[in-house]
Design a protein around this ligand. Sequence first.
Ligand SMILES: [Mg+2]
Length: 380
Amino acid sequence: MKITDVKATTLKGYKDWNYVKVETDAGISGIGEAHPGEGISDAVTKRLRPMLIGQNPLNVEPLYTRMLDRSTGQSTAGILLGAIGGVETALWDVAGKAIGVPVYQLLGGKYRDRLRMYADVGRGRNRTNTPETWAERAKEGVADGFQSIKFDIDGSANELQHDPVDRGLSLAELDKMEAMVSAVRDAVGYDIDLCIDCHGKYNVRDVLLLAQRLEKFNLMFLEDPVPPENIDAMGKVTASTSIPICTGEWVHRRDGFRGLIENQACDMLHIDISATGGMLEGKKIADLADLYYMPAAFHNIVSPLGMVASAHVGATVRNLHTLELPYHADQIEWRWDLVISDEPLIQDGQFILPEKPGLGVEFNEDLARAHVKEGYDFFE
Ligand SMILES: [Mg+2]
């Protein structure tokens, strides 16, 4: 079997959603979702496609290595890595379909059929930030069946900042943030798991002041309290609070995660399949973390197709914590119709692992074509 073409398209979704299609001379094609954002489609078709035409699609890892090696010096972090992740996922879809098994089987087999999820509800409706709107939004997520929800706390009290860029938190910001989390706890109680994301916005000292105020709310995790690049700083935060610290959504490949894991600078990882270098790389990162008995959550800002890829990997790692649902994308009403599956992919707040060959779902090309971003082609 040989690869005959590699195509890409971009949809106007919650973000720019990017998809890769790998075609073969056996009549089998595979689909994968690359990381969201501009420039990814072009990277697939203009840079990666020539490296893949004529190759055997079943050689997924060697092809992955080829794409990385031939991209050296062209910034394999960021856009190219996001593109490579989409291609790699599409290759797994081809391989699964060709062999007649689900991708999780090719990755070593599944530990579980259903994956525990958390819903990233973001903020209050219409991106509002008051105790009342946060409480209302929390109740929406719980009413939808989710036992775990996440809010974005950075930017929720900007009107009270001393300075927009100094990484600091004023006492007034801390007061408001504490009040919003308190309102969420009052609204949903303590049986619901609650996560708070800081998006790496703060300095060590001030985010520890925030953590001290939030400890009493029994959080599932505090995410990216500081940027992830300085492992010593992240480790200081982790060692200084009882709240589990989660990081990793901006970290690339095993090389990037190694220091965080080996220094146990965080309590748990956030692995983003589409951003960090694909499905097998995501499994390898989770396995590396398991050497340190560290759990791994799977971060998602992709559409449901990318979530399916995440779920296949999450099913194959022992230390799965949770799978993220970008619940805040719920204004894109058609998003769940993008994938056609035998049964609903989310049931009782859990993700149901598809059992058909490949990724196990069909990409709804008719619907996707109707939402192609202006200026882009549909798999031309
Ligand atoms: Mg985050």
